[in-house]
Design a protein around this ligand. Structure first.
Ligand code: ZN
Length: 301
């Protein structure tokens, strides 16, 4: 069901300098470069071979970090491919059903990429594909065991996005929802999509967050309310809207005001209705809003 791709990784473990050569060609590197500007960087990031400054190679692609940590990167790639698939599909198979999760998922294990893009789903030839930035993931632990343990929920989160994107492609409910896709509706769609993703990835830690990171959660909630208010006014420039969406889902953890609030909404629904509640959210935005989103303010009071 999972198909790992490691061409660029293998090549860079042997000849990391090759990617800095303009004549070097690799389909996986093209995919990295095509997506490098999708994480909300303030400036336009060029292909890696056009950058001649060591600091920028690091800032944009984590190139020096890869060179320093390449043994650990290789280890993480090896370890993740040995994890039994059941472990990665525990939650999503309950959400989408056994038959749907039979589908093959392409996962690119990458040596480099934008520092904020730990793992992400993007469309390639009309299909959702998972990218994992193994160098960015090195921050998640002191030992290889710790890093692997933290990568598993991240992959579960991305596998959820894969199936949810597929559901969006085929379900009439989501096609209709997106017909009149106002900025408010788009933001709510991200809250739901990243909310479930973050709930899956963080489900073991949310109680602890509520106790120890309450102030950060509350701050994220206030930002969320403010942002929804601004979107509601419907007079923003498209660039501003794009920026609001990006910052709400791609940022340091507690600053992701759309994703974090969605996570709490799903947490509330899961506490009350279990997996059936989460499943209802997949086909019913109103249910998600009434049972989850509107209760977040109560949870954080
Ligand atoms: Zn996500």
């Amino acid at each position: 069901m999972l198909r790992f791709h490691t061409n660029l990784l293998t090549q860079m473990l042997n000849h990391p300098e090759a990617v800095l050569n303009k004549d070097y060609s690799s389909m996986e590197l093209v995919l990295v470069e095509e997506n490098i500007n999708s994480f909300g960087a303030d400036e336009d990031i060029p292909p890696i071979a056009s950058i001649h400054n060591t600091e920028l190679l690091e800032d944009y692609y984590l190139y020096s970090t890869f060179l320093t940590l390449r043994q650990n990167v290789a280890q993480l790639a090896e370890d993740i491919q040995k994890v039994p698939e059941d472990k990665l599909f525990t939650f999503v198979s309950q959400l989408f059903g056994e038959r749907e999760v039979q589908r093959e998922i392409q996962i690119y294990l990458l040596p480099i990429g934008y520092p904020l893009g730990d793992a992400y789903v993007r469309q390639v030839d009309g299909q959702p594909v998972i990218f994992v930035n193994l160098t960015a993931l090195q921050k998640y632990g002191q030992t290889s065991g710790e890093r692997l343990k933290n990568l598993i929920p991240i992959l579960e989160h991305e596998i959820f996005h894969f199936y949810f994107e597929r559901l969006n492609d085929f379900s009439t409910y989501w096609q209709q929802y997106k017909e009149n896709f106002t900025p408010v509706k788009e933001a709510q769609w991200w809250v739901l999509n990243e909310g479930i993703g973050h709930f899956i990835g963080c489900r073991e830690r949310i109680d602890q967050y509520l106790q120890e990171k309450y102030d950060l959660l509350k701050a994220a909630y206030h930002t969320y309310l403010k942002v929804m208010d601004r979107l509601q006014q419907n007079n923003l420039h498209p660039d501003e809207i794009k920026d609001i969406m990006l910052k709400g889902i791609a940022n340091s953890f507690f600053d992701k005001y759309l994703a974090i609030i969605g996570m709490l909404a799903v947490y509330i629904i899961y506490q009350k209705s279990g997996i059936d509640g989460v499943r209802s959210c997949l086909e019913d935005m109103q249910f998600f809003q009434e049972m989850g989103l509107e209760q977040v303010g109560v949870l954080l009071r």
